[in-house]
Design a protein around this ligand. Structure first.
Ligand SMILES: Nc1nc2c(c(=O)[nH]1)N[C@H]1C(S)=C(S)[C@@H](COP(=O)(O)O)O[C@H]1N2
Ligand SMILES: [Mo]
Length: 529
């Protein structure tokens, strides 16, 4: 008779051994202060960088900020399946255990060492994890070895009820099958021990990661007051004009938020410049700070999407710094590099054209949140995030667009994506049930750098009607608009379109974000009773 039972115990042994290895790897990474080098995280980061653009677009569009936990969860599932297979294979042939552990460990090591901002110590978590996998698998499988010899087993099986699988499989050479003749209690004891150990180690690693120095250091940062504070917002502005830090969208490639050691952090400005400089955080704060209200948006934002926000940014003006270092003729790109190796390439001409690019240290009255680039990020009014807003920045290199492709440009996105004029209906919510009478339709429109001249609303196939624009501090922010609609019973489709400061009307044609930003009118459907 063919054996059908799934070798559950060896599979479990594999899963537990690999879980222990992964947990220890995360702990070693946390202890090294390099949580980004944990095996699971590092493999995830390689996948993020390697993912084809459509996959990434899909992830950003459908999962939003949950893309990161979903990716890590998926890696966990794949790893568990591999681990179960490893356990079964190693149970049939002991040599497979260490070999499989070595493969997993070396894949992790290779991933860690090839990250853009890799350090040699990043090899350690995966190497230690590899030893833990091999070390945990052996005793677990040993506990699965038949406790009795062929001869004694017969007598044992007379006194103990036969395990089911033994009855099914009969006396073939594999009759030490799962649960057959093994010391279940010894195995489950060992398994429980290993499982608890892995959970404890993983928990400690997570705790260490969370309470890492960066959060405390950020708490202790006292930012100087702005030499040039932002003027109060014009009266009549809606309170939602400035996005709270906790509501501000987050888009980046970082699976673990980079934890920057403020004491050793430096910003270097070099490349095609006459006199490169290196600045500490204190050096930056010694320079006069300005405060600006600026809207930031992401090229990946779909029509009506959420990847846009407005904040009161505090920072050091970048243009004077660029003049001090003396950018050489011909350097048309400023390549910003973050501590995790991500690159953002800004057109030098835009940085020096009179707008105010900032090296931001503060956001809405607080030090930059860790997820938004603590301690320092770039922010360039009128440029999309992937062109002008490098977070966790540590290096600025004057170079040329011919010489270097920044991260997203390498992946096919427009080298100097410009902000497309766009508008969004925020109220009422799509499909909201409305009572008849006057309903306020409201939202935002943006064309940073050019400003918004008009917003119009259309109900069903009716004419475009002008909306009221609320006051704005500058052309670098979104504009709030409002339209009082005499709603009649039935189902209605509302559409919005904006006209920018140059007089250009937002195009109707729908295009997806790749490669240089979405276009199209945002519409919603509501039903009025
Ligand atoms: N270091 C780093 N900086 C980055 C990114 C990134 O992935 N890594 N993403 C960029 C993109 S695509 C956008 S839209 C903005 C988003 O900034 P936010 O997360 O603070 O909203 O950051 C930019 N700066
Ligand atoms: Mo972005």
């Amino acid at each position: 008779m063919k054996r059908t039972a799934f070798p559950a115990f060896p599979a479990l042994a594999g899963v537990l051994a690999v879980a222990s290895g992964a947990a220890v790897a995360e702990l070693v990474a946390a202890l090294l202060g390099r949580p980004q080098a944990g095996t699971v995280v590092v493999v995830g980061s390689v996948l993020v960088d390697a993912a084809p653009t459509p996959v990434k677009e899909f992830a950003v569009a459908t999962l939003g900020t949950a893309d990161k936990p979903v990716l890590l969860g998926a890696i966990g599932v794949v790893l568990a399946v591999l681990a179960a297979g490893l356990g079964i294979a190693a149970w049939r042939n002991r040599a497979v255990g260490p070999a499989g552990a070595a493969v997993l460990g070396l894949v992790g090591t290779a991933a860690a060492l090839t990250r853009p901002a890799a350090q040699i110590v990043d090899a350690l978590p995966s190497l230690v994890g590899m030893l833990v996998i091999a070390g945990a698998l052996l005793p677990l499988l040993r506990a699965l070895r038949p406790v009795v010899t062929e001869r004694t087993r017969r007598s044992v099986s007379l006194t103990y009820p036969k395990p089911r699988s033994l009855t099914e499989t009969g006396d073939d050479e594999h009759d030490e099958g799962p649960g057959a003749g093994v010391d279940r209690r010894a195995f489950l004891g060992a398994a429980a021990l290993v499982g608890a150990g892995a959970a404890a180690v993983g928990g400690i690693a997570a705790l260490l990661g969370r309470s890492s120095g960066a959060a405390q250091v950020r708490e202790s940062v006292r930012l100087p007051a702005a030499a040039e504070p932002a003027p109060p917002l014009p009266s009549g502005i809606d309170p939602g004009f400035v996005t709270a830090n906790s509501d501000f969208y987050r888009v980046d490639t970082a699976l673990t938020v980079p934890r920057v050691d403020l004491a050793s952090w430096r910003l270097t400005i070099g490349g095609l410049v006459d006199s490169p400089v290196e600045l500490s955080f204190a050096d930056l704060l010694d320079r006069p700070l300005v405060e600006r209200v600026v809207t930031l948006n992401c090229v990946s934002n779909e029509v009506g999407g959420p990847y846009i926000g407005t904040a009161r940014w505090l920072g050091v003006p970048l243009a004077p710094l660029l003049r001090e270092v003396g950018v050489r003729q011909g350097a048309d790109e400023l390549l910003a590099r973050s501590v995790d190796g991500m690159t953002v390439g800004a057109p030098m001409a835009a940085l020096l054209d009179g707008r105010e690019p900032l090296l931001c240290v503060g956001m809405n009255g607080e030090p930059l949140p860790l997820e938004h680039g603590f301690p320092v990020r770039m922010l360039t009014p009128g440029l999309l995030g992937y062109v002008g807003a490098c977070k966790w920045v540590t290096e600025l290199e004057a170079t040329t667009f011919d010489a270097v492709d920044a991260y997203w440009v390498e992946r096919g996105w427009a080298p100097q994506g410009t902000i497309k004029t766009a508008s969004r209906i925020d109220r009422p919510a799509p499909f909201a049930p409305l009572a008849g009478g006057t309903a306020t339709v409201a939202g935002v429109a943006w064309a940073q750098g050019r400003g918004i001249r008009a917003v119009e609303v259309r109900v069903d196939d009716g004419p475009w009607q002008p909306a009221t624009l609320l006051p704005v501090p500058s052309v670098d922010t979104w504009v709030q608009w409002r339209y009082d609609w005499a709603a009649t019973a039935g189902s209605h489709t509302l559409a919005v379109r904006a006209t920018d400061g140059t007089g250009a009307v937002q195009p109707e044609e729908r295009v997806t974000p790749f490669p240089d930003g979405a276009t199209g009118w945002h519409t919603i459907t509501v039903s009025v009773s």
